[in-house]
Write a new protein. Sequence first.
Length: 341
Amino acid sequence: MNAGMTHRCLILRSRPVGAPRATDFDVVERTMPTVEDGCVLVRVLECSLDPAMRRWMDENSYGTPIPLGGELPCSLIGRVVQSRWADIGVGDFVTGRGTMSEFAVLRPDGYTRRIEAEGLPSMSCHLSVLGTSGLTAYNGLLKVGKPQAGETVLVSAASGSVGSVVGQIAKIAGCRAVGIAGGPEKCRVLTERYGFDAAIDRIGKDPDELALAVRAACPSGVDVYFDNVGGPCLEAALAAINAQARIVLCGMIGEYNAAPVGPRNLWQLVAKTATMHGFLNRHYLNDCAAELAQLRAWLSEGRLVSAEHVEEGLENFHPTFMRLFSGNHDGKLILRVAPDY
Ligand SMILES: NC(=O)c1ccc[n+]([C@@H]2O[C@H](COP(=O)([O-])OP(=O)(O)OC[C@H]3O[C@@H](n4cnc5c(N)ncnc54)[C@H](OP(=O)(O)O)[C@@H]3O)[C@@H](O)[C@H]2O)c1
């Protein structure tokens, strides 16, 4: 049916060394993918830009490295144009794991599901609060961090897609929520939009100054630290942990383009009999219906606020992706591929 048709795809041309350059990527015409039994072909509407994509560009990181010349994998929202999946029809909106391209095949891999925008601020919520970011925050905080009412939860990259949901769920759980973010405007957003109790501006602070700021913002110490950044933020949090604190290692974006800087005070884990737990949301995907229902309920009740930052066009992938590292975005970073729905 798609014989002879082509579509535009974003590919990895070369493996970035340090910060990715525009020349590491290309947009090329490729033959339309064929749809196997049990799968759907979608017109891609919006693609989620995630820091983990930077790791997949490396030869030896985690997961399957993107081959040179390969299309970039991503979470996306699409509209079905061809279906060989009994429960999903042409015209349905779906979310799932595909590639950054104009058309993509979605498989029954645990990620693909039908979606609709009814009762939601926008369809894009399925890539933010109701997508991997929201589930990562929910599972990482509640199942690994296990916060108790009255405890202090500290989170880095707090105004970002995952961090903003972590802080809001911490508040729902009856905790004091403290966020670390880059710049005064983001700190204002933390307290005014997302309801954090306190915000710490990381910009211009060396690790010792950051540690002092964490202690000042967390006078009762830190019970749960949700780490999205690593390096100086992790060290500053360790300096303020309480006995039996739980540190959730969700990501280390500060190291994705640069040499790692290890914390100098890991001894704190011993002294405070604390735990540090690496976490990958993909291990919690077997049955996420209840978690999604809870996130959706909080969203409809106004107890969760979502924010999406949408840029347009596959050819704008590089400058848009780099916003994750400069911090120049407000909420979930999304690249719109089709001009309209
Ligand atoms: N474990 C999992 O399953 C899983 C799933 C999803 C995401 N993650 C991880 O969660 C983290 C956040 O992802 P996200 O999608 O929500 O991104 P995001 O927070 O929306 O955007 C990234 C933010 O990181 C901060 N940042 C970037 N470079 C930094 C640096 N060198 N030092 C300190 N802060 C820096 C910036 O915020 P400020 O400028 O405000 O500091 C930037 O806005 C990432 O580490 C990601 O890998 C993990």
